[in-house]
Design a protein around this ligand. Structure first.
Ligand SMILES: *Cc1c(COP(=O)(O)O)cnc(C)c1O
Length: 239
């Protein structure tokens, strides 16, 4: 068997496992599986893996660093006839925002007003009528890994809504390390409900990764961002 065929089989098996975890978590939470979108986070893995996942039916791919994502999204387009949505989920430097808005359809990590103008400019330059935006929240108020503090969400949301070309879609969080993910995702659900009162269309909740997607789905996640459980451990074959 060629190595590409072996890799396809491996990704197919992992995808099937992750999809069944999502279905089971939805069943336990009395939710419909189609209300939870799987984003395959392909960071550290090559464009060929992204193309195999798309071939296997994955419609949403995620990346977290512009230096890697910019060439990979272009390579993907050359390799694959599938159309996918690209999600940018990593910390966003202000000087990279314009570049990211060129290839990403949704930015999950918007956490400060300085990002908005370059995002608008990058989307416009790319001919993108509307760029999806999620507000990344730092649930425990420790902004080391990115995210606005919960009290900062309303002002940032209003700022996003005031810009032509940005479409406020909801909130995103990463569960704090060494904390109970259920508590963090319950807090995120509360913030989402508050946001929806002001911005009824901003219903997305991006939460949950390989280790905690069940907890996220219990608390209303609409998008789960899964890397390791689909692609394997990072830093073995690639960097
Ligand atoms: C890498 C990454 C993921 C995927 O994490 P896994 O634990 O590998 O599933 C999800 N979200 C963000 C923001 C990431 O950077």
């Amino acid at each position: 068997m060629s190595s590409i065929d072996a890799r396809r089989d491996e990704l197919r098996a992992n995808l099937s496992e992750v999809r069944s975890r999502i279905v089971q978590a939805c069943r336990a939470a009395n939710r419909a599986p189609q209300d939870v979108r799987l984003i395959a986070v392909t960071k550290f893995f090559p464009a060929s893996d992204a193309a195999l996942l798309a071939e296997l039916g994955v419609t949403d791919l995620g990346e977290s660093r512009d230096q890697e994502a910019a060439p990979k999204t272009a390579d993907f387009a050359a390799l694959s006839a599938q159309s996918v949505r690209w999600h940018f989920v990593g910390r966003l430097q202000t000087n990279k925002a314009k570049s990211v808005a060129g290839y990403a359809d949704v930015i999950h990590s918007v956490d400060r007003p300085e990002l908005l103008q370059p995002l608008v400019g990058g989307a416009r330059r790319a001919g993108r009528a509307s760029l999806g935006v999620l507000i990344q929240v730092s649930i425990d108020g420790d902004t080391e890994r990115g995210g606005v503090i919960p009290a900062g969400v309303p002002a940032l949301a209003a700022d996003i809504e005031a810009r032509d070309g940005l479409d406020l879609q909801g909130v995103m969080a990463i569960a704090p390390i060494d904390a109970d993910p259920d508590q963090a995702f319950a807090d995120l659900a509360g913030l989402s409900a508050m946001l929806i009162r002001q911005h009824p269309a901003a219903t997305a909740i991006s939460a949950g990764m390989s280790d905690d997607l069940e907890a996220a789905i219990r608390h209303g996640a609409t998008h789960v961002r899964v890397g390791t459980a689909l692609l394997g451990r990072r830093g073995q074959t690639f960097r």
